[in-house]
Design a protein around this ligand. Structure first.
Ligand code: NAD
Ligand code: IPM
Ligand code: MN
Length: 365
């Protein structure tokens, strides 16, 4: 049997609720595929601040680094919203991504036929959408220097950040994006603001140059404001999208709504070496935390991505994805994806239904 060490980072808000479901799902799919997991749970975000005074304790990062893969719920909450920057839960998450060197964030948005009616878009617009946002995750305005607070010449206070990309950062995310597009439908749309921003002008130049290594991939460029509009107008025109850190953050939340709910979208964050980081794209949802209302499927699907991209365990990944589809087929819905005639369930019950579907895939003895 194969054994893997998984660092579990439940985080804050609904994080622990959805991670607990995903952990059971990993165990179940693992045991049917000859896989054993050693889970180690560590603090990050607000709970780490309360426990240790910092949002990413050294032990959490070192445990994550020596693991085979990291599964994260979400971080953040009202309690810590007014903390200074270095004491914000979000800072811990950014330190974790940087510490693991996971520069490539894959965020697939797939409209499941069962959920077409949960989309706020018309059926014929949403139906069949299957796109992948490749978001640069460890550069750009999130990390660029100079940044900070200061005073202007009138003595007014200012806050400032810098959007900066080095050529190598663009090249490596472009390679991931072209490889991703090549395995999909061979279309890559690079989204930038090259009509205004120097960092985007360099982005467009480097992505265009790398395109010559991938003659089988059709490259196009789009300004981000148009892309935001086109995603709603005709999302089926997109196959793979590559973009910078902040545009990718925004466009992936937008894309999630095409699929019915942000509670459905998983992600994989990968680097050149070392373990990948797997997390739903949603946050800690403080408005529904502790009420057993969260949709755990984004995290369950992130666990499937962990198996596929993090461990190369394709069979177990498929088993989880099939179980999610079967659970939806049976009509089980959390509140965020509920539509009339369906069975309204909570986070835990949704998890139990997924486990039941996994169990039914057990090969007959
Ligand atoms: P959010 O994604 O937490 O919530 C936005 C809305 O979507 C809320 O109404 C919430 O109830 C709903 N929602 C989110 N996930 C859901 C799920 N699984 N099931 C059902 N409904 C769900 O975004 P926000 O409210 O802007 O941020 C809340 C906190 O989360 C903030 O502190 C923010 O910084 C943090 N955050 C963390 C991450 C992360 O850990 N990766 C991502 C985004 C936001
Ligand atoms: C996400 C979140 C994070 C981001 C925040 C919480 C730092 O919105 O994972 O999408 O902006 O990357
Ligand atoms: Mn986000």
């Amino acid at each position: 049997a194969r054994t893997y060490n998984i660092t579990l980072l439940p985080g804050d808000g609904i994080g622990p609720e959805v991670v607990s479901v995903a952990k059971d799902v990993l165990d179940a799919a693992g045991s049917l595929n000859g896989i054993t997991f050693n889970f180690e749970e560590m603090p990050v975000g607000g709970n780490a601040l309360d426990l240790t005074g910092v949002p990413l304790p050294d032990e959490t990062l070192s445990n994550a680094k020596k693991s085979d893969a990291v599964l994260l719920g979400a971080i953040g909450g009202y309690k810590w919203d007014n903390n200074e920057k270095h004491l914000k839960p979000e800072t811990g998450l950014l330190q974790l991504r940087a510490g693991l060197g996971v520069f490539a964030n894959l965020r697939p948005a797939t409209v499941f036929p069962q959920l077409v009616d949960s989309s706020t878009l018309k059926k014929d617009v949403a139906e069949g959408v299957d796109l992948m946002v490749v978001r640069e995750l460890t550069g750009g305005i999130y990390f660029g220097k100079p940044r900070g607070f200061d005073q202007d010449e009138n003595g007014d206070e200012i806050g400032f950040n810098t959007e900066v990309y080095a050529g190598y950062e663009i090249d490596r995310i472009a390679h991931v994006a072209f490889e991703t597009a090549r395995k999909r439908r061979g279309k890559l749309c690079s989204v930038d603001k090259a009509n205004v921003l120097e960092a985007s002008m360099l982005w467009r130049k480097r992505v265009t140059k790398i395109a010559s290594d991938y003659p089988d991939v059709e490259l196009s460029h789009m300004y981000v404001d148009n892309a935001a509009m086109q995603l709603i107008r005709d999302p089926k025109q997109f196959d793979t999208i590559v973009t910078n850190n902040i545009f990718g953050d925004i466009l992936s939340d937008e894309a999630s709504m095409i699929t019915g709910s942000i509670g459905m979208l998983p992600s994989a964050s990968l680097g050149e070496l070392g373990p990948g980081l797997f997390e739903p794209i949603h946050g800690s949802a403080p408005d529904i935390a502790g009420q057993d209302k969260a949709n755990p499927l984004a995290t369950v699907l992130s666990a499937a991505m962990l198996l596929r991209y993090g461990l190369g365990e394709e069979d177990a990944a498929k088993m989880i994805e099939n179980a999610v589809l079967e659970t939806l087929n049976k009509g089980f819905r959390t509140g965020d994806i509920f539509s009339s005639g369906m069975k309204l369930v909570g986070c835990e019950e949704m998890g139990e239904q997924v486990l039941r579907s996994i169990d039914s895939q057990k090969p007959a003895a």
